[in-house]
Design a protein around this ligand. Structure first.
Ligand code: AMP
Length: 421
């Protein structure tokens, strides 16, 4: 029985089985940079997303999972994480304290997209937000933390594309110039409608026949006002100082409406039709759009599945959870009773331990020990119990020594077997 269309299950041995370790690894650089863990609800009022993500976006117009609760309030499964985290931070008054407010999050997002490789209806993102400070050095930090996340996972083929989308001073005039330019082109009805709603969206139309016509279209980076230009220069200087290479991407437009100034995407060419593994930008108008005070912000979201597809494409193993150190094999009823306490002692000492449950006999239990991936088997027979010792089997070196039962935890701790914890 399969799950709903566009979903997948995370289980050992499945393509996204390493999700939890990958999420943690992707957020590790942010944790070290002072981004605190945040969680907002998986559903919010529909209005929050239509105001925050933007009425002109595909996400809001076509892709939201929206439903009515029993009191007929319209709710929506979050299609992205920024709006909810910002709402939560404002609700808690964090913006009245120390700035910037630095938050990181991880969790499932929901978009009713047409499923394909790398595109799901429930997918996972990790993200971070830095709120309350408009400082290009902070933009550079944010962009670099995403870059570092991929690099530390071992990915070598991620590219950073970056541009500025201007601000309320320079974007309106540019938008009008672009709209005027687009009316002179031979575009289909659908694209014309899109151009009216948000002409910038037409710029990143992937169809070659549209791109061919856009060769002479005006670009935002050529129309930036002085403060936006200075901001962009300071961001790229910061990235240079942090050793993060980037590609100018003057046609980069992102799926959500609220971005301004610094806008970026991490792309990977090994994913087929989907190239974006993550992206983000500055969203200084978002707080007001959802009814909050003026509050600048910048953040990113990285797609967990696409990161794992990129790892597979580059043949880089995903980070694994620490495995078992010890597998205890009791032989006989008295040994079994003693073993139950023994695995408890081992775990309390920080040594990852499991026990052969069920009565499968010596052979079956040793096979289970081998399959468990543990470094050691501890075999405890009734005779060992009488002698006050256990047989400690090194499952890789196939060597065996007798160790006093009471000294086993100490022996294994000294041996650093629990070092994976
Ligand atoms: P966005 O919020 O659209 O900027 O998306 C940020 C990242 O989330 C993208 O770069 C993708 O890696 C990932 N992502 C977005 N939509 C999906 C989806 N439907 N399925 C899987 N990953 C997605």
């Amino acid at each position: 029985m399969a799950g709903p269309k566009g979903t997948y299950d995370v289980l050992p041995g499945t393509p996204f089985g390493a999700s939890s370790s990958v999420r943690e690894a992707l957020l590790a650089p942010a944790r070290l940079a002072g981004y605190a863990y945040a969680e907002a609800p998986v559903f919010e009022s529909t209005e929050l997303f239509s105001r925050g993500v933007g009425e002109s976006t595909d996400v809001v117009t076509k892709e939201m999972f929206t439903f009515a609760d029993r009191a007929d309030r319209s709710l929506t499964l979050r299609p992205e994480g920024t709006v909810g985290v910002l709402r939560a931070a404002l609700d808690a008054g964090l913006h009245k304290g120390q700035l910037p407010v630095k938050l990181r999050y991880a969790g499932p997002m929901f978009r009713a997209e047409r499923p394909q490789a790398g595109r799901y209806r429930q997918f996972q993102q990790v993200g971070l937000e830095a709120l309350g400070v408009d400082d290009p050095a902070l933009d550079a930090e944010v962009v670099a933390l995403g870059w570092q996340a991929y690099a530390e996972l071992g990915l070598r083929q991620v590219r950073l594309q970056l541009t500025s989308l201007g601000d309320a001073r320079c974007r309106p005039a540019y938008r009008a110039a672009l709209a005027a330019h687009l009316t002179g082109l031979d575009l289909d009805e659908d694209t014309r409608r899109r151009a009216q709603l948000n002409p910038l969206r037409v710029l990143d139309d992937k169809r070659p026949e549209v791109q061919a016509q856009l060769a002479d279209a005006p670009l935002m980076v050529d129309a930036l006002c002085d403060p936006c230009r200075d901001h962009l220069t300071a961001v790229t200087d910061g990235l240079a100082a942090l050793g993060v290479p980037y590609e100018p991407a003057p046609r980069l437009v992102r799926g959500l409406d609220y971005y301004m100034r610094t806008t970026f995407e991490y792309v990977h060419d090994g994913l087929g039709a989907q190239t974006a593994v993550g992206g983000g930008g500055r969203y200084d108008g978002l707080s007001e759009a959802i009814g909050g005070p003026p509050l600048p912000g910048i953040g990113w979201a990285l797609g967990v599945e696409r990161t794992m597809l990129a790892l597979a494409a580059e043949d880089v193993p995903a980070p694994q959870e620490p495995g078992l150190a010890v597998f205890v094999v009791p032989l006989g009823a008295a040994a079994k009773a003693r073993s139950v306490g023994l695995v408890g002692d081992l775990r309390r000492a920080g040594i990852a331990a499991d026990l052969a449950y069920g009565d499968r006999g010596m052979k079956g239990a040793m096979r289970a020990a081998d399959r468990s991936g543990a470094a050691y088997a501890v075999v405890l027979g009734d005779r060992d119990l009488d002698a006050g010792e256990v047989q400690l089997k090194d499952l890789r070196a196939h060597a065996q020594v007798a160790v006093p039962l009471e000294g086993l935890v100490r022996h294994l701790s000294a041996d650093d077997t629990g070092g994976t914890q």
